[in-house]
Design a protein around this ligand. Structure first.
Ligand SMILES: [Zn+2]
Length: 108
């Protein structure tokens, strides 16, 4: 499974480190530490079985969907369509997919 950078929930720095990953029955828990402010947090990622199986037919992979969903550089749908060479409609679908991943971040 691809590891993607999640910004620190406290200072938004992307200089973070995943210290451990727990594969639970219904979600993945990642224990992270921010190398800038020292904040420790857990990222819980609920991945629906349906999304996983559909991804095979989808033009964008999980990593790309996450990049589009997080959108840390605040790009428009058309910018993303240019970057990944897909239609704007595909980008909109990617945004919907990302929201369905129901990501939660908890500070510890
Ligand atoms: Zn931080």
């Amino acid at each position: 499974m691809t590891e993607y950078v999640r910004p620190c929930p406290k200072c938004q720095s992307t200089n973070t480190k995943v210290t451990s990953v727990d594969h639970k029955e219904d979600h993945i828990a990642r224990y992270g530490r921010c190398l800038d402010c020292g904040n420790k947090y857990i990222t819980r990622e609920r991945v629906e079985e349906k999304i996983r199986t559909n991804t095979g037919n989808f033009k964008l992979n999980q990593h790309q969907v996450t990049q589009i969903g997080l959108n840390i550089h605040n790009l428009s749908t058309y910018d993303w369509a240019d970057i990944y060479e897909v239609s704007p409609a595909t980008i909109s679908k990617a945004k919907e997919r990302f929201l369905r991943l129901a990501l939660t971040v908890t500070s510890i």
